[in-house]
Ligand binder design. Structure first.
Ligand SMILES: [Zn+2]
Ligand SMILES: [Zn+2]
Length: 112
């Protein structure tokens, strides 16, 4: 039994910006506070300093040259689900129920 409202540190996570080909996993920090990002199965990202956002609204910038100029930071459903699918550790830790709740919620968020 895994509660979708459980938070997990977002680490070893491929950049989910749409079109970014960088496959490397990163720990992600809030650009405003520098504190770690957490993710839950309800489709939210939060930082240790109180930022709280829908996953679809979070901009993503990894060190890859793809982002030069600050562009192309938005994710889409395919890129986000792909990044999640590469993060076997997170999904194992979070559990099937958490993961399926998140995938369902992401489908809703990106459809808007
Ligand atoms: Zn923050
Ligand atoms: Zn990237």
């Amino acid at each position: 039994m895994t509660d979708p409202s459980n938070w997990f540190v977002l680490k070893n996570f491929k950049c989910p910006a749409a079109g970014c080909t960088n496959k490397e996993g990163y720990s992600w920090n809030c650009p405003a506070h520098g504190s770690q990002y957490y993710i839950n199965g309800l489709g939210k990202i939060r930082c240790g300093n109180g930022c709280y956002e829908n996953i679809c609204q979070v901009p993503w910038t990894c060190p890859h040259s793809f982002h030069n100029g600050g562009n192309n930071t938005g994710s889409d459903l395919e890129s986000m689900v792909f990044s999640l699918s590469l993060n076997v550790t997170l999904m194992r830790e979070a559990g099937a129920q958490w993961t399926s709740a998140l995938i369902t919620e992401l489908g809703r968020q990106y459809a808007r």
